[in-house]
Design a protein around this ligand. Structure first.
Ligand code: GTQ
Length: 352
């Protein structure tokens, strides 16, 4: 075991003698186990669209969607190599589906979100309904719902996947099932397109339906609607000094986050907006839908400035001070594990 702060030769010999008994000295690791503030291994990082898009397209040349099951390039945090994680608890990736392809049906305990980045003509089917995907649309696949993706259109379609994979791995409760008889044909839809949005997207819920589902029964949040909402919020009001004009996508049956493990947000920053410095315990992944600007992340002495443009992705690690600046009118999508932290009474933030 590596030398800790209290190690000496005789103590080291003691540690080695107790190791076979499954025993270890707390006092050598206590400072790391209960740190004075979050000591995340995750780093601030940026993935530029101009760098990653060609690689995503190359992935489309080397493997088919059916063989890959999900043809995705993972956005892996440079501080968490080999862990398929963008933060300690979250996974992110860029998924490509080419015209004519299907990504077969499966379900898993991990919740997933999609944010469509590019291309028209693909769908995600959730719970028997095919949701057409338009750039900017936010689509969810709640835990344990069957889902497949297809592209009957003419263009490659790329979207951001966000999942709670590392969180569920930590809890040791990853379960998955593949479609019992995978075929070249995706399962037939059992509900018409637009059904969930019509049922649950009108500020109404069926009276006879007693469920308050833990994930939104609404599976798609079309960009045209969400964009109009943040622009309406901005009309005639001053931006919040930290958030600009920021709204959360909610589960209309509970008023809480769209999924229990991940909160998702859409944020408008007016041109030349510069946010106040802020930190919070939930690390966040950002996807730049429109505009450009920069984010300064980290404390004095360890600051990094990342310049972002459309379809770039960046991550702000837990409890790192950050400021957003918009060089043009900017719309950001973001997600984090905040609902988990809040449910446990652990979430903190600070203006500093
Ligand atoms: O679309 O179901 O990026 O299961 C990673 C795991 C996407 C998906 C990912 C998944 C999916």
């Amino acid at each position: 075991m590596p030398l800790g702060p209290h190690a000496s030769a005789s103590r080291q010999a003691f540690y080695e003698s107790i190791a076979p008994l499954g025993l270890a000295p707390l006092w050598e690791v206590l400072h790391a186990l209960v740190p004075p503030r979050p000591a995340t291994a995750a780093q601030a990082a940026l993935w530029r669209w101009q760098d990653v898009r060609p690689e995503v397209m190359r992935a489309g040349e080397i493997i088919g969607a059916a063989e890959a099951v999900r043809r995705v390039l993972i956005l892996e945090n440079p501080g968490l190599p080999g862990q398929s994680s963008i933060t300690g608890t979250l996974y992110a990736g860029l998924q490509l589906i080419l015209p004519g392809e299907i990504a077969p049906s499966h379900r898993h305990t991990q919740s997933a979100l999609r944010l469509v980045l590019e291309g028209l003509g693909a769908y995600t089917a959730v719970d028997g309904e095919r949701h057409p995907m338009t750039p900017g649309d936010f689509v969810i696949t709640p835990s344990w719902t069957w889902h497949d993706h297809g592209n009957p259109g003419k263009e490659p379609v790329i979207w951001l996947d966000g999942l709670d994979i590392p969180l569920l791995r930590m809890l040791d409760l990853g379960f998955a099932e593949n479609q019992a008889h995978p075929t070249d044909r995706p399962p037939e839809p059992t509900r018409p397109p637009g059904d969930a949005l019509l049922r649950y997207g009108a500020n109404m819920v069926p009276v006879a339906d007693e469920r308050a589902p833990t994930s939104a029964p609404l599976f798609v949040y079309p960009y045209a609607r969400s964009r109009a909402a943040v622009f309406a919020l901005a009309r005639g009001t001053l931006p919040h000094p930290v958030h600009g004009f920021k709204m959360q996508y909610i589960n209309p049956t509970t008023g809480g986050s769209a999924m229990p493990t991940m909160a998702t947000y859409l944020q408008l920053l007016p041109k030349d907006f510069a946010s106040a410095a802020y930190r919070c315990t939930d690390a966040a992944v950002f996807s730049v839908i429109e505009g450009r600007g920069s984010v300064e992340i980290g404390d004095e002495g360890a600051k990094r400035v990342l310049e972002f443009g459309e379809k770039d992705h960046f991550v702000v690690p837990s409890w790192q001070r950050f400021r957003l600046r918009a060089a043009a009118e900017t719309v950001l999508f973001s997600f984090s594990d905040r609902p988990v932290q809040k449910a446990l009474g652990l979430w903190r933030d600070a203006l500093e």
